[in-house]
Design a binder for this molecule. Structure first.
Ligand SMILES: [Mg+2]
Length: 196
């Protein structure tokens, strides 16, 4: 089983709330909703962070709440197009994808698209996305990490069974300034068993 670093997407790997509204926002648009792959911008250090962690042997999996689908300001296709763009930008020197898979939660209890307007075990802080990845990709939770910019990101990791010390909050309130600082911590920590 391989260890993994679970990564939040918005404001961890890519700019999001700071982007401002699109040219023609949907009436349900809220800061943070991103439906246009052309607006994807990697945060400083995100590419290097992913390269460093992949280089150390970690699988990289994105776990992202996308309540914009439940609110109606983006569709499943939009979210998948944005994820595909993020995946295109996060590649190694040979052009191979660094992110193994993107998981997202389209549900939100206060949504107005009936199909998605509910609470769900996938929605962080619930651990559903992480547990699904562990099952589908055969990951070793005990040696895995999580990096995110919101307390609920870290809570989802703890709820999945990741050691709290391995759930790293980044940003102004966080333990690390950004994803690259967190990634350096991840690869700098000696693991009890070799990774590769
Ligand atoms: Mg975030």
């Amino acid at each position: 089983m391989r260890p993994c670093v679970f990564l939040d997407r918005d404001e961890t790997l890519i700019a999001n709330a700071s982007l401002g509204p699109p040219a023609h926002p949907h009436p349900a648009w809220k800061p943070g909703d991103l439906s246009d792959p052309e607006r994807v911008v990697l945060l400083d250090g995100a590419l290097e962070a992913c390269r460093v962690m992949r280089g150390a042997g970690y699988a990289l999996v994105v776990v992202s709440n996308q309540g914009c689908v439940a609110r109606g300001s983006a569709t499943i296709d939009d979210v998948e197009a944005v994820n595909a763009r993020v995946g295109e930008l996060l590649v190694d020197n040979a052009g191979s994808a660094l992110i193994e898979r993107f998981y997202y939660c389209p549900y939100h209890p206060e949504g107005n698209v009936p199909e998605f307007a509910r609470e769900d075990e996938l929605r962080k802080p619930a651990p559903g996305m992480i547990l699904k990845a562990v099952r589908e990709l055969d990951l070793d939770l005990e040696r895995s990490w999580l990096i995110g910019d919101m307390p609920r990101d870290c809570e989802s990791g703890v709820n999945a069974g990741i050691d709290a010390d391995r759930c790293l909050l980044i940003g102004e309130e966080g333990r690390f300034t950004d994803v690259l600082a967190a990634a350096r911590h991840v690869v700098g920590m000696a693991d009890p068993a070799p990774i590769l």
